[in-house]
Write a protein that binds this ligand. Structure first.
Ligand code: PGA
Length: 229
């Protein structure tokens, strides 16, 4: 299983360090086949030792340059960061990243050999329009995305389940993952209100290779409870 923690705009440099130290101690008992990722805010990126991978929540597709407010490869290289989250619905929505922008970023970081967690997900009105509408919407988010890349992990995160406390049902996750798996051959995470109370039933679903967790990952006890569920 893959367990990924997305801190979003939470935690500081100091609290991230304390979190990682606590997590590191717990991960001594981790199953070798499990993988753990942590995506702290950009200001907390650093070199951390342990049985986990630190990734960046975002970066601009450039080595360096005049992109005010962004970071590029030069800043990531300083900390040996080679993992990135791309396509998260919050960036698509709040930062207006359209599919073309997302695909360009994907292509750039693929060329750099980064491991990519590529996020897709539908809004509520699409989910309410039925399975065909969901499939059409999600598959459109693969436009310009090379899924033959061996270092991509896809994360399915229905927008209406993110940060709402309302996870998709087991049936919704199972059928959507089956549809996605019939269109690609990469590890597939589920994200959207994953928490200690539902981790077991979610990771037991066929076609779920792991989880991407926001709110319930912010507390190290809660995140590790999920890893060791
Ligand atoms: P959530 O966020 O766990 O708070 O729903 C998940 C995500 O956006 O990755």
């Amino acid at each position: 299983m893959i367990y990924a923690a997305n801190f979003k705009t939470n935690h500081t440099r100091t609290t991230t360090r304390a979190y990682i130290e606590a997590l590191s101690e717990k991960l001594v008992k981790k199953k070798v086949e499990d993988r753990v990722f942590v995506f702290p805010p950009l200001t907390a990126l650093d070199r951390f030792e342990g049985d986990f991978t630190i990734g960046t929540q975002n970066a601009y597709p450039t080595q360096n340059g005049a992109y005010t407010g962004e970071i590029g490869l030069e800043q990531l290289n300083e900390f040996d960061i080679t993992t990135i989250l791309i396509g998260h619905s919050e960036r698509r929505e709040h930062m207006h990243e359209d599919q073309q922008t997302v695909a360009k970023k994907y292509h750039f970081f693929m060329e750099q050999g980064f491991e990519i967690i590529y996020c897709i997900g539908e809004p509520l009105e699409v989910r309410e329009s039925g399975d065909d509408a969901v499939a059409k919407y999600l598959l459109a988010q693969f436009k310009g995305i090379d899924l033959s890349y061996e270092k991509v992990i896809v994360a399915y995160e229905p927008i209406w389940a993110i940060g709402t406390g309302r996870s998709a049902t087991v049936e919704e996750i199972a059928s959507t993952h089956a549809m996605l798996k019939s269109n690609m051959d990469r590890p597939l995470l589920y994200g959207g209100s994953v928490k200690p109370a539902n981790i077991k039933e979610i990771t037991a679903i066929d076609g779920v290779d792991g989880v991407l967790v926001g709110s319930a990952s912010l507390d190290v006890e809660s995140f590790s409870q999920m890893i060791f569920c």
